[in-house]
Design a protein around this ligand. Sequence first.
Ligand code: HEM
Length: 486
Amino acid sequence: MIYLLLLLIFVCAIWRFTTWNRRGIRQYNFWTIWWKNFNDVIRQLSYCERSISLCRDFPNERYVGTYQSGIPTLCVKDPKLIQKILTKDFDHFRNRYPRLPDDGDPVLRKSLFLLNGTPWKTLRKVASPIFTLKKLKIMYAAMMECSINHCKILEHQVAPDAVLEMKSILAHLATDIFCLTHFSIYVNSLSDPNNKLYNMIKSIFDLDIRFYLRVGLIKIFPPIARFLGLRVFNQEMILYFQKLVDENRKARVENNLERPDIIDLLYIQNKDNENLTVEDTTATIVSFFAAGFDTVSSLMGFITFELAKNPQKQQKLQTEIDETFKACNGNVPYETMLKLKFLDCVISETLRLWSATAFMERECVKPYTIPAEVQGEKPIHLKVGDVVAIPTFGLHRDPKFYEEPDSFKPERFLTCDEFFMPFGNGPRQCIGNRYSMVVTKVAMFNLFLKFNILPSEKTAKEIRVLRTNLQVVSKDGYWLKLQRRG
Ligand code: HEM
């Protein structure tokens, strides 16, 4: 009996893991998949390394059949086809593949990241105008204020040449900027690490083993999870944000207050939109924090790491910063900040090397045919429910597009027009891309104006990415020496 069961499991596995072969698409063969998976577990390979090896093992294929967490997933590598899927043929790929299960929480359900169909379209239309360059200008003074104060605290409270974990230092700055630009609340989290709001934001990213167990249980046994009242996210955090949004909104309506922040743009300026409930607003704000807070802190951490390892590039950036600061008499206008060319190149090159996710995913919602283009290809018919993945991390490091792809060379972005999609593309691209760029520019401008950042004995030789996370996060942090300038 047991042999029969094992045989049945084996046959099912062969059937599943040859899905793409049967559909005429190249894939690793059945045994290689198992060997690779085994090897990946033993060598603790991250999603980033898998993304890179997919691009390098199949250099000439436009797409490859893969199995992500056992789910047949078409990995598309051809920039033109990717562009088509994300933009022109978006109607066929409107949904992101749902990695988080529906736990019944109305706030999670309404998150922009997870919403699909018409509700997503409606909310996206309401939220997109917040992040135009014109609207971001309203928040520029707040970003500058937080960033300058943050540097002052570091100058006064931290010993000269202190070795610090830069991501956590920069996460304090991101907290202050996010809270001031979203709620007009100044947290000053570096001086007050016990601040409740700071700790609530941090709790969004408590992705420990209990989080994965909860997600697994909700996915596999929804009735049991429902009976136990399990939720993906910490409910204390959700209720806290709901109360914060509600009180913040009421105070403004009652006192007729206008504030240069996201709540104002989202709620008050949409007050005629009766469909926008407190729940919608909370869900949108929580999704901004969930999708944006850690990605921005990580980006800033990666920049400090790369510039510490590449002192000549750091010096070049500081020359640009010093000259701009002097030319503006210490008061850098928004428009000037946006135009800083080398700072722009440094951010883009860091985003290329350390894109936030190893893969972007879409679910096919309308049958779609990929026509054959090169000799040997057959048309591919995708069905509703098929999953498509774009190996952003691997493509950003593909030698076909970038010479010396693993080296940090910001200057390549002075002329580069290769595949570059750190924020995705099309109608579902990152809504916070411009916001992230402005925040990062302001933060890095002030940091490198005041400090040199150097490697220390504690600095990792190279970054090891956290294995379990689809998001690209350094396992060892970024331990660097902060040296005051002049
Ligand atoms: C360096 C910073 C950031 C990076 C690299 C980044 C990257 C991304 C990527 C790759 C996606 C998926 C795009 C796609 O599927 O085509 C995404 C989606 C999203 N991001 Fe960001 N992001 C960043 C910061 C932010 C910030 C600051 C916010 C909010 C203020 C934000 C809000 C969102 C939301 C809401 C979505 C889902 C959009 C939708 O489905 O309509 N992100 N981001």
